[in-house]
Design a binder for this molecule. Structure first.
Ligand code: KIV
Length: 270
């Protein structure tokens, strides 16, 4: 059963796996497949709640989805992704919000979209007993500042900044680092330099692990990012099931005898 400690030590060998999940049935599927970590991503905003970005997601929503995921998980480490502005504005509020994910929702750790502003915060949370997963490269909560979901770390200065921040978050006590949408050769060097595992998404094959969004993996997303790959076609399966239901009602095939029950003494009531 993966723990923050075993994950922290899993570098360079067997690859780590992480997938998002937002509800009990999908968490059960992911957990039973032996995935090491389940991320209750703020991508719940796009994937499930119909928002255009992750920005509107609230602490209450993330806590509620985390509780649902925890109910469906036996083995995987559950990481709650802290929503936009739920951290970094006020330290006491940050601790309360992050602590709530562990105390109330049952998560094992939190993830913070990281930057210079989260180094001290990471240290403080770790000191208090809240394990932190850092996240560098494309941080979707900065979409307005970045002007889109663009590649990051593509020139030398930007790449050096990512390396520097990665090292500072490791020193601050982060147990792993998500690297999103950065050049594969940069991710490889960050992975080489760090002693905590890197988990890549759009960061090439040389990270210690890989993460994707559940809906992208099963083929249920409206739009899939260029670095993701659908490994199934759940949307077609679901459409087929719903079409078949509608057809079965129309042609009287459902409900059949086995879906109904009859009480003989009620035969001649009227
Ligand atoms: O919210 C999310 O799903 C994420 C992953 C893409 C890493 O942050």
């Amino acid at each position: 059963m993966p723990t923050v400690r075993t994950i922290r030590e899993q570098t360079g060998g067997e690859r780590l796996t992480m997938l998002t999940a937002y509800d009990t049935p999908s968490a059960r599927i992911v957990d039973e497949a032996g995935v090491d970590m389940i991320l209750v991503g703020d991508s719940v905003g796009n994937a499930v709640l119909g928002f255009d970005s992750t920005l509107p997601v609230t602490v209450d929503q993330l806590a509620s989805h985390t509780e649902a995921v925890v109910r469906g998980t036996e083995d995987a480490l559950v990481v709650a992704d802290m929503p936009f502005l739920s951290f970094g504005v006020d330290t006491a509020q940050t601790i309360e919000n992050c602590g709530r994910m562990l105390k109330e929702a049952g998560a094992d750790a939190v993830k913070l979209e990281s930057g210079p502003h989260t180094v001290e915060l990471t240290e403080k949370l770790v000191q208090l007993g809240i394990p932190v997963q850092a996240h560098l490269g494309l941080t979707p909560q900065h979409v307005n500042q970045l002007g889109g979901y663009t590649r990051q770390g593509t020139d030398e200065a930007a790449a050096r900044e990512i390396m520097d921040l990665a090292q500072r978050h490791e020193e601050a006590g982060a147990f792993s680092l998500v690297l999103e949408h950065v050049p594969a050769n940069l991710a490889a060097q960050v992975t080489e330099q760090l002693s905590i595992p890197t988990i890549g998404i759009g960061a090439g094959p040389d990270c210690d692990g890989q993460v994707l969004v559940f809906h992208d993996v099963v083929g249920l997303s409206e739009r899939t990012p260029p670095f993701a790959k659908p490994f199934g076609d759940a949307k077609s399966e679901m459409e087929h099931a719903v079409d078949s239901f509608v057809e079965a009602i129309a042609n009287g095939e459902f409900p059949a005898d086995e879906h109904s029950h009859v009480e003989e003494e009620l035969d001649s009531l009227y």
